[in-house]
Design a protein around this ligand. Structure first.
Ligand code: GDP
Ligand code: MG
Length: 446
């Protein structure tokens, strides 16, 4: 996620930090690099211009150049300014003060609206609400079925109609259905378009008039960059949005959309999505996100995810075993199972401070489902004794395990190396030595 931008910014600040004394010319040279990095990340040029001007003014105004740690303070100012651009505070989903909370999703075709509808239903239910999903997309083939399958998968009811009628009519009946069945939140999925023409703008406006939505969320696909941002502004003009959801950040190395959309539309980013799995929905916290962009990690979100996936009690038990050095391949396997619920490992690593370096160290640029499958097969081919005491695994045992799991001895070696690295990492984190460790330990409560 935003790896390209993150790497470049970190490179710039590392070079600045190596200087000790920083002159105004050094500052300007660094800011030029930041400017180029942001423009290459496809950030809106006006946003970049204002950003650089604000950082420069603050840096000179606060006399950081004369301070003992000028580079660090400049990073601090950039961090602050990023938070500003991203929207300062987390803005939660609004709820209707009484009656049904109505969420209308709109945006470009393929931006992730239907998937988001399922995700929001899960989110609402986790907050104790009773959601109803509403299908109004009669254009895309099998759009209704897609929503119905999603609904079934998460056990949330879906309101859909057979015959193509204007979405406003469907929504009206869906609201009646919600009232009848006791649903207190509806999420209305719409058809989306490739561009926003007048007919579609009218259709959305009519739908919004009928529904009187609590939230109108405009979905922005981060992979389409500035084009998505400009379309978001058009959608906002047509239906008066209340918030933005930026999708597919997992596949976006640049970050132009997420860094521009708040400034361009004036709307808060409420959520981001970071994967195809339904769970990959995150409330958007500008400060945490700014930290991730600068490679400072986001331990808070990581811990929240871990708690959700593992459950508080289990995470404490694993942590205790890690501290006693008892962490073995059985635990490793159990943990990998649990991590599957948290999404791909590379995405999780983005949340650790110094993630870039760690990723290349572990060689996990792309640790996905396949890696889990291999690892599971390998560990399951071991005897219980071998799992508890990996040091027993000599060459012939490794060959046997490779044959038993349909992998190669090199795969087995790789897995054992990963295990050793993971164990080291965890020990560093739980002993509070590694970056962010003490904080992590405090938050996990041990
Ligand atoms: P819609 O046309 O706006 O309803 O978009 P869909 O919800 O059907 O999603 C289009 C495609 O994008 C699907 O293949 C989704 O799985 C995929 N998708 C949605 N959100 C994400 C995300 O956060 N990351 C990735 N990698 N894919 C996503
Ligand atoms: Mg759809």
């Amino acid at each position: 996620m935003l790896d390209a931008l993150s790497d470049r910014l970190q490179g710039t600040f590392r070079r600045l930090g190596n200087r000790g004394k920083v002159t105004e010319a050094d500052l300007d040279a660094a800011l030029r690099e930041v400017r180029v990095a942001l423009l290459e990340a496809d950030v809106n040029f006006k946003v970049v211009r204002d950003f650089i001007a604000a950082v420069r003014e603050r840096a000179l105004g606060q006399e950081v150049l004369a301070s003992i740690t000028p580079a660090q303070q400049i990073v601090g100012i950039v961090h602050q300014q990023l938070i500003e651009v991203l929207g300062k505070e987390q803005e939660p989903l609004k709820r209707a003060p009484q009656g049904i909370t109505k969420i209308l999703l709109c945006g470009v075709k393929g931006s992730g609206k239907t998937t988001l509808a399922g995700r929001l239903a899960l989110h609402l239910r986790s907050q104790g609400m009773r959601p109803l999903l509403v299908a109004t997309d009669f254009e895309r083939v099998a759009a209704t079925e897609q929503l119905q399958v999603l609904g079934k998968q998460i056990d949330v009811p879906v309101y859909a109609e057979e015959r193509a009628v204007p979405p406003a009519q469907v929504a009206k009946r869906a609201l009646a259905e919600a009232a009848r069945t006791g649903a207190n939140a509806v999420v209305i999925d719409t058809r989306g378009a490739v561009a926003l023409d007048d007919a579609f703008a009218d259709e959305l406006a009519a739908l919004a008039d009928e529904v009187d939505p609590t939230e109108v969320l405009i979905v922005v696909d981060s992979m389409t960059g500035q084009e998505a941002v400009n379309l978001a502004r058009e959608f906002h003009e047509a239906v008066e949005g209340t918030g933005i959801v930026v999708t597919k950040l997992d596949s976006d190395a640049r970050g132009g959309a997420v860094l521009s959309v708040r400034a361009v539309t004036g709307l808060p980013i409420k959520f981001i999505t970071t994967g195809e799995r339904l769970e990959a929905l995150e409330a958007f916290h500008p400060d945490r996100f700014a930290s991730r962009v600068l490679g400072m990690g986001d331990v808070v979100t990581l811990v929240e995810k871990a708690k959700q996936a593992i459950g508080e009690r289990d995470s404490k038990e694993i942590a205790r075993r890690m501290q006693r050095g008892e962490f073995d391949l059985e635990d490793f396997l159990a943990q990998m199972e649990q991590m599957k619920h948290m999404g791909p490992l590379s995405g999780l690593l983005d949340m650790l401070p110094g993630a870039g370096a760690l990723k290349s160290q572990l060689g996990v640029a792309d640790l996905g489902e396949d890696t889990f499958k291999y690892a599971t097969a390998i560990i399951q081919s071991m005897t219980p004794q071998e799992r508890r005491r990996p040091e027993l695994l000599n060459g012939s045992r490794r060959r046997r395990i490779a044959a038993g799991s349909g992998t190669t001895p090199a795969d087995v070696n790789r897995l054992l190396n990963q295990f050793t690295q993971a164990k080291k990492l965890m020990q560093a984190m739980t002993s509070g030595k590694g970056g962010g460790g003490a904080g992590l330990r405090r938050m996990l409560g041990f």
